[in-house]
Design a protein around this ligand. Structure first.
Ligand SMILES: Cc1cc2nc3c(=O)[nH]c(=O)nc-3n(C[C@H](O)[C@H](O)[C@H](O)COP(=O)(O)OP(=O)(O)OC[C@H]3O[C@@H](n4cnc5c(N)ncnc54)[C@H](O)[C@@H]3O)c2cc1C
Length: 371
């Protein structure tokens, strides 16, 4: 067994970020244990008690990849690179499982309509989008393809959607199959990770070489973190594309086909610091009406929407973007932070996992050099 294989990493969290990091670290040869309060389960059972899982963001996501071009000054370039890395990994996972059923991934068209496009959208030519930014099959829509006259800019491209809990269960299953360990536990503080008795050898405390903080919102010690409430609605209707409309008043209208008997998510709201856990029937009506007006094809032959489930979720958001950096915490343990992904956890997940692997390897190399 190589020196690297003997090193043990504990990942806190089993949302899409913790699972992706755990699998990526495992593939690089580390022994990995996931410690988490919430674990993936079929969406249908999570919905039996939505309030008890409301702080677990991953089940409530769409989840689609919507390309977000960096601004002319370069803002968002780091996140865009992570989205490109994630797209490539999703394509590889889907190709390895052609039926797709195991992974929950579907590739399809993404369609966007904007009423008030910012400069970075207006600057998108097919050459820049495809060649420089890696947005496959990008095409500007002609005005005749817009749904109404309030839309002034539109595009389509190739992208992916996942059924979040099918996908997260797949990641968990693959991790365990690869020898990963899973412990259901809530930590009261980050430093507790280094005091865990993981029972690795006859009940003795296992050695931990590094930890990953993929807890979604962190441990309450980062004043840049806040939640963004999202209300959406799952309908049984299928939708051939993931369609997003950005309205001039800042509101959003979108569809995210989950497939695999998961219906289509119609959304949605983005409400910073709103902790209300209950869906509003009025908001549901307005979301369904707005989306149907933009994309009547969702109604299909039946001519109506069949509602399956209202969703309220909390996006773990962070001013300035996600925190992906290493830190020596009080007590001397090393923690690689990977939290605050906001509304983009799925679409950036494999890029985050690569950043975490790089940070862990850097730390362990520097640590070994000191010994
Ligand atoms: C309505 C809605 C729609 C969305 N749509 C999309 C989309 O289309 N595309 C997209 O990319 N993203 C989307 N998102 C965002 C996405 O859901 C999040 O970015 C993502 O789920 C964050 O994943 P995470 O692993 O960081 O956090 P989480 O999924 O919240 O997981 C955190 C993990 O840490 C564990 N944990 C936390 N604290 C502790 C503790 N003290 N001790 C032990 N364990 C702990 C939890 O139990 C859990 O296992 C959407 C979100 C919402 C709400």
């Amino acid at each position: 067994m190589s020196q690297q294989q003997q090193q043990h990493i504990v990942v806190i969290g089993a949302g899409v970020i913790g699972l992706s990091c755990a699998l990526h670290l495992q593939s690089a040869g580390y022994a990995v244990t996931i410690v988490a309060r919430d674990l993936p389960a079929p969406f249908e059972t999570i919905c039996l008690s939505p309030r008890s899982h409301i702080n677990y963001a991953s089940p409530w996501a769409g989840a689609h990849n919507r390309w977000v071009p960096p601004t002319p000054s370069g803002d968002g370039a780091r996140e865009h690179a992570m989205a490109v890395a994630t797209y490539a990994r999703m394509a590889a996972l889907a190709a390895a499982e052609p039926a797709g059923a195991a992974t929950g991934i579907t590739f399809m068209k993404g369609i966007e309509y904007l009423e008030a496009p910012p400069a970075e959208y207006l600057a998108l030519t097919p050459e820049r989008a495809v060649g420089e930014l890696g947005m496959p099959a990008f095409r500007l829509l002609a005005p005749s393809e817009f749904p109404d006259e309030r839309v002034v800019w539109g595009c389509e491209y190739d992208t992916w959607c996942v059924n979040p809990m099918v996908y997260c269960c797949f990641l968990l299953r693959r991790f365990v199959w690869g020898g990963g360990r899973v412990v259901r536990r809530e930590l009261k503080a980050l430093a507790e990770v280094y005091a865990l008795d993981l029972g690795l050898s006859g009940g003795e405390k296992g050695r931990i070489d590094a930890a990953v903080n993929a807890s979604g919102v962190g441990f309450g010690d980062d004043d840049k973190v806040f939640i963004t409430r999202g209300q959406t609605c799952v309908v049984a209707n299928s939708c051939a594309a993931t369609v997003t409309r950005q309205n001039a008043d800042g509101s959003w209208t979108f569809s995210v086909p989950r497939n695999f008997d998961g219906g289509t998510v119609i959304g949605g709201t983005k409400e910073p610091d709103n902790w209300d856990a209950d869906p509003s029937p009025q908001v549901r009506e307005s979301l369904l009406r707005s989306f149907t007006a933009t994309h009547p094809a969702i109604l299909g032959e039946s001519g109506e929407l069949r509602v399956l489930q209202d969703i309220v979720g909390r996006r773990p958001t962070r001013r300035g973007g996600p925190r992906i950096e290493g830190e020596i915490i009080p007590g001397g343990g090393f923690v690689m932070h990977a939290y605050g992904l906001g509304g983009r956890g799925f679409e950036l997940s494999w890029g985050v996992a690569q950043g975490v692997l790089d940070g862990v390897q850097r730390h362990l190399k520097a640590h070994q050099a000191k010994l």
